[in-house]
Design a protein around this ligand. Structure first.
Ligand SMILES: Nc1nc2c(c(=O)[nH]1)N[C@H]1C(S)=C(S)[C@@H](COP(=O)(O)O)O[C@H]1N2
Ligand SMILES: [Mo]
Length: 413
């Protein structure tokens, strides 16, 4: 717990100022001197009509790892997890993954087709879709390859890069089961193929039980229209399951009696094991957690004393009733405080507050989900799955915090 004699107010304020901006605007004493922003009228209302973050926040950005991709069009960037709090990812910071660039679709020209083993093949406009009953749900989307580069050992020095292929937003959309009911599924129908309208035409087979359970066709994220990079004007939401199945720019749903075994569920997104065999259809994203701050991109800047550790935990199986944090690489575990809403298949925010004496730390977090499953160590995962795969790495992450406050991505065994 924080001590009563915490860092002085003065020190809090001065260390919080951004160099350069502080020099030109702040007067000598930040609290007793009248500051420039209090000496006259502020700027008027936003003229562009769409608000932007403070210029002091201009460093909060999605970022890529240049060596990871040969071509930015078929690309990926990462959510800056170390700079966010709470559980909702702002729309402009939600990581993007697209296999053939962002399809730019005129909503008036948008169509969704349903064919295959249905009583009435149908084509819907966006307006047609919006006339089904709407539902609002917060879900995480995690790319199957999140943390994939870390399989063989610590590689990327930042939680944005090790864990940033994840976002968590509130979707507004319609239930897939309501739309499919309109076409009428024939009794032989057991599987659904979902296909994107982008040049990649990305497609995945989904068992009908899942499609009829909690899947949605979403057209809004966090209250506003989906961003083009997130599949505007409509995407599939497949709660708790691997990101690759959440087809963006959704154009076609085909009902069939067996899976299609297309490229993205055979040559890709199957987990290669050490013996050369592959795990087939690994849909669910298992429980995982990570400390977002402190972390390599968010070192401790205030020295010893009260330190807030915070992070995220999630499970494709449901909710996170418990998160543990260790300061000494797993010798002693402490119960973290999960704060904010605990929603089904959504990110959970946790905190652990303590008084840091300035000695080096080995920070880890460990998630438990409602099935009793506990997040494994990376070593335990490697024993079962070998080191060839890039997918489904939900192993425990270690950050070394040095006395200087600097943080490094490490592994302890
Ligand atoms: N049509 C289409 N859907 C797609 C993709 C794509 O390239 N095309 N990429 C998939 C992958 S691999 C992931 S991880 C998620 C990423 O969603 P996001 O861009 O909203 O983060 O979308 C999936 N849906
Ligand atoms: Mo992905």
């Amino acid at each position: 717990m924080p001590t009563k004699s915490g860092p002085s107010r003065r020190r809090f304020l001065t260390t919080g100022l951004v160099a350069g901006i502080a020099a030109t605007t702040a007067k000598a004493d930040p609290i007793t001197d009248v500051q420039p922003w209090a000496q006259g009228l502020g700027k008027g209302v936003d003229e562009r009509g769409y608000g932007m973050p403070s210029p002091h926040e201009s460093h909060v950005l999605r970022k890529s790892v240049p060596w990871l991709v040969a071509e930015t069009k078929s690309s990926i960037n990462f959510t800056p997890l170390h700079q966010l709090d709470g559980i909702i990812t702002p729309n402009g910071l939600a990581f993007e993954r697209h296999h053939s660039g962002v399809a730019e679709i005129d909503p008036a020209e948008y169509r969704l087709m349903i064919n295959g083993l249905v009583d009435r093949p149908m084509v819907f406009t966006l307006q047609d879709l919006m006339r089904f009953p709407r539902h609002n749900k917060v879900y995480f989307l995690e790319c199957t390859a999140n943390s994939g580069m870390e399989w063989r050992g610590p590689q990327l020095n930042g939680v944005q890069f090790t864990h940033g292929m994840i976002h968590n937003v509130m979707y507004t959309g319609v239930m897939l089961r309501d739309v499919l009911a309109e076409a009428g599924i024939k009794t032989e129908g057991k599987w659904l193929l979902a296909e994107g309208a982008d040049a990649a035409g990305l497609s995945r087979s989904i068992p009908l039980e899942k499609a009829l359970d909690d899947c949605m066709i979403a057209f809004k994220m966090n209250g506003e229209a989906l961003r083009p990079e997130q599949g505007y004007p409509a995407r599939l939401v497949v709660p708790g399951w691997e990101g690759n199945m959440w087809i963006k720019w959704l154009r076609r749903l085909e009902v069939g009696d067996q899976p299609w075994h297309h490229r993205e569920e055979t040559a890709r997104y199957t987990d290669l094991l050490a013996n050369g065999a592959s795990r087939r259809f690994t849909w669910v994203m298992d429980a995982k957690s990570v400390i977002t701050e402190p972390s390599p991109q968010a070192p401790v800047s205030h020295g010893k004393g009260p330190l807030v550790i915070t992070g995220l935990a999630w499970s494709g199986q449901g909710v996170i009733p418990r998160v543990d944090v260790t300061l000494d690489g797993g010798i002693n575990w402490h119960k973290a405080r999960v704060d904010g809403p605990s929603l089904d298949k959504s990110l959970h925010r946790f905190y652990y507050e303590f008084d840091w004496d300035g000695s080096p730390l080995f920070l880890q977090s460990r998630a438990h989900d409602n099935t009793g499953y506990v997040q494994p160590t990376k070593d335990a995962l490697r024993v079962i799955r070998g080191e060839v795969s890039n997918y489904h790495n939900n192993g425990i992450q270690t950050w070394a915090v040095y006395s200087s406050g600097e943080v490094e991505n490490v592994e302890i065994s």
